[in-house]
Design a protein around this ligand. Sequence first.
Ligand code: SAH
Length: 347
Amino acid sequence: MKENIRNLTKKELNEAMEAMGEKAFRAKQVYEWLHVKLARSTEEMTNVSKALRAKLDENYNCDGMKIVEVQSSQIDSTKKFLLGLPDGNVIESVWMKYRDWNSVCISSQVGCKMGCRFCASTLDGCVRSLTAGEMLDEVYTIQRYTGERVSNIVVMGSGEPMDNYDNIVKFVHMISNEDGLHISQRNLTVSTCGIVPKMYDLAEEHLEITLALSLHAPTDEKRRVLMPIANKYSLKEVIGACKNYFDKTGRRITFEYALVAGNNDTDEDAAELSALIGDLNCHVNLIPVNPIKERDFKRSNLKAITRFKNKLEKNRINVTIRREMGSDIDGACGQLRRKHMEENSGC
Ligand code: SAH
């Protein structure tokens, strides 16, 4: 299969086009078509000769991702995109519009192998990692479709970004570069289930992105029930990696905590969580768990959620309850893709 041309950095595209016998300014034009004007095919590159367009198509896959389905929420302006890759796989990306900004949630892999018990994305394992160009194209496709500039990106869709480390770092560089969409790294969040060595590596990349850790439980014992990765790394190790990320980058850590009724939402859990992260410069995002039909985890009720939040606040921890967006469409990450796969395999 031909390589996605969007994988090439400006320097790499320069070199590739030089090898084709093209002048440097041509590479600049093509890069701009791809990463600023968000061209979805070489046909759109009107100031590039037909011969060069043909040469590019011959050597690279220059087409944007196929939009297989768009679900639009009737409640808010959230849109969920099912996008088709050239190898026949499909992935999900979500567009969320807030009052003063908008945000895209992208997938980093086709499926996921981390096995978190409440998550739909991991039920069939990981098919493959996405390339940097494919992650860029998730953003580009949505910006083209909505006609609105994407201001924030969260890598919180399907997949474990730290299991696709090099491509994520390349993606961050390319999306924030002034030759591309130039989205500030401060508006980028990468979420991990806690792959400790990669979190240490990320702290050395000199990036300004926010690191979000999927914590979900205040003790190793409880975390192991929800997340297999907790068998590999203890909370002590994971929190140590978060502290190091803050020390090296000065970026406040976000902790994601999915509230599951009767599982991790009691007063005792709130007290243990406060003790665990109390001395960190952090922010806690409480997510009422989004139930998936394959598992019987139930979301905590509003009273328990509010009580949990108040307990943390009493301990002077910054906390928000994640606002639910697009609750009338297949909300939980991985659900739309699964539905599509089930329908197309005749189950
Ligand atoms: N693999 C990464 C990023 C993808 S998941 C990670 O684990 O952080 C993004 C966030 O959504 C994670 O915090 C994940 O635990 C959470 N999540 C997944 N399924 C969920 C569900 N059904 N309800 C609530 N949160 C969920």
